[in-house]
Design a binder for this molecule. Structure first.
Ligand SMILES: Nc1ncnc2c1ncn2[C@@H]1O[C@H](COP(=O)(O)OP(=O)(O)OP(=O)(O)O)[C@@H](O)[C@H]1O
Ligand SMILES: O=C(O)c1ccc[n+]([C@@H]2O[C@H](COP(=O)([O-])O)[C@@H](O)[C@H]2O)c1
Length: 202
């Protein structure tokens, strides 16, 4: 594997949590720990985005966000903070996933997101390709549980939804498949932290 790219073995179940992490907070840590357990994952990579294609304002510098995310995680060996999108030169998730599949044959990737992202998922570039090629794990977020469950993408792919009690098998088997899990929730958000002055950009 090229330098700077995370290591993974064929057969490993790896969750990908994409985000701006501007800054990372305990809500991210909570959903990461829950996703590991609920979706039966071996590892989770935090895919720190160079910039969300749907957001008009750019985030803090990538290096600053990566360093803060690593400090927050405190060296949990199951979680890796990666700048893989900057390395791959991808911005859209569908492109990132296509590149990762080619780079890591045999690795079982799962795309993870909070319920708020499921609501706007049908606006993402080639979102159907994402659904058709990668299992998707959705984690409850305060204020978004109901909207998430009835989002357009959720309705279109209702037949591919796995029951919560089978969530541990999300990474195995044919796609499309997705699963929504109710978890203990955190109200934290990066927007609120930024607005309260809790994150000063370099
Ligand atoms: N408190 C939370 N509960 C559940 N999911 C969350 C929570 N915070 C973030 N997420 C999820 O983590 C991923 C990355 O989130 P992101 O970096 O955008 O943080 P955010 O707090 O949503 O930021 P912002 O407020 O800037 O939109 C997204 O899939 C998002 O839905
Ligand atoms: O591919 C897309 O069209 C797309 C549109 C919006 C968001 N995303 C991804 O969703 C993840 C969460 O984004 P954000 O900015 O809400 O933290 C992050 O990995 C983004 O690259 C992807």
């Amino acid at each position: 594997m090229k330098q700077g790219y995370p290591i993974a073995r064929a057969g490993q179940r790896i969750g990908l949590l994409g985000g701006s992490f501007d800054p990372a907070h305990d809500g991210h840590v909570l959903i990461t720990r829950e996703a590991l357990r609920r979706f039966g994952l071996d590892r989770i990579w935090w895919v720190v985005s160079p910039g969300n294609p749907l957001k008009a304002h750019g985030p803090a510098p990538l290096a600053q966000r990566m360093a803060q995310a690593r400090r927050l995680l405190g060296g949990d060996p199951r979680v890796e903070v990666t700048d893989i999108e900057a390395r791959l030169g991808t911005r859209f998730t569908a492109d990132t996933l296509r590149s990762l599949r080619a780079l890591y044959p045999g690795v079982k990737f799962v795309w993870l997101m909070g319920a708020d992202n499921l609501v706007q998922f049908d606006k993402w570039e080639q979102w159907r390709e994402i659904m058709e090629t990668v299992p998707v794990g959705v984690l409850a977020r305060p204020g978004w549980r109901t909207e998430g469950r009835y989002a357009r993408a959720a309705r279109i792919y209702r037949a591919a939804e796995m029951p919560f009690w089978a969530s541990q098998r999300l990474a195995e088997g044919p796609t499309p498949r997705w699963c929504f899990v109710n978890i203990p929730m955190s109200r934290l958000s990066s927007t609120e932290i930024r607005q309260s002055g809790g994150w000063v950009r370099d």
